[in-house]
Design a protein around this ligand. Structure first.
Ligand SMILES: [Zn+2]
Length: 132
């Protein structure tokens, strides 16, 4: 477990999060993840701390409107979002590409779990993952 510091592109939104990248990251083929190329690590709410940029965060929601898809209103970057799942309860999805002090080696070594969100199947990977 390490405390990483992250930000959006313009730097208005800044956060820190306690993440064990060895526990894995997610890639998903659902309608928003695939367009945003979102690559999150999943952490408990208490492991995430917003340090700056509350006023720059814009909330986007769709369908059931339970998940919160935040983006910076200045630069458009999606640094994190929140959701509720049967497996994790309330969680934060932290975009690992927004971590400023993660190393390339840590990202390369982080296991990836592929989710078939497009078909609402969350416990099995989709047939094709190479494009995710
Ligand atoms: Zn920004």
């Amino acid at each position: 477990m390490k405390t990483y510091h992250g930000s959006c592109h313009c730097g208005e939104v800044r956060f820190e999060a306690d993440i064990d990248l060895g526990q894995g990251t997610m890639r998903c083929n659902c309608s928003i993840c695939i367009k945003a190329r979102f690559w999150p690590a999943i952490v408990k709410p208490e492991a995430f701390r917003l340090l700056a940029g509350q006023g720059a965060l814009t909330l986007y929601q769709f369908l059931t409107k339970t998940d919160e898809h935040f983006f910076c209103k200045h630069c458009g970057i999606r640094a994190f979002g929140t959701g509720v799942s049967p497996r994790w309860g309330k969680f934060y999805g932290v975009n690992v590409t927004c971590l400023d002090d993660v190393t390339e080696e840590e990202l390369v070594a982080a296991p990836i779990t592929y989710l078939d969100g497009r078909n609402d199947i969350w416990d099995k990977p989709p047939a094709e993952t190479r494009h995710l």
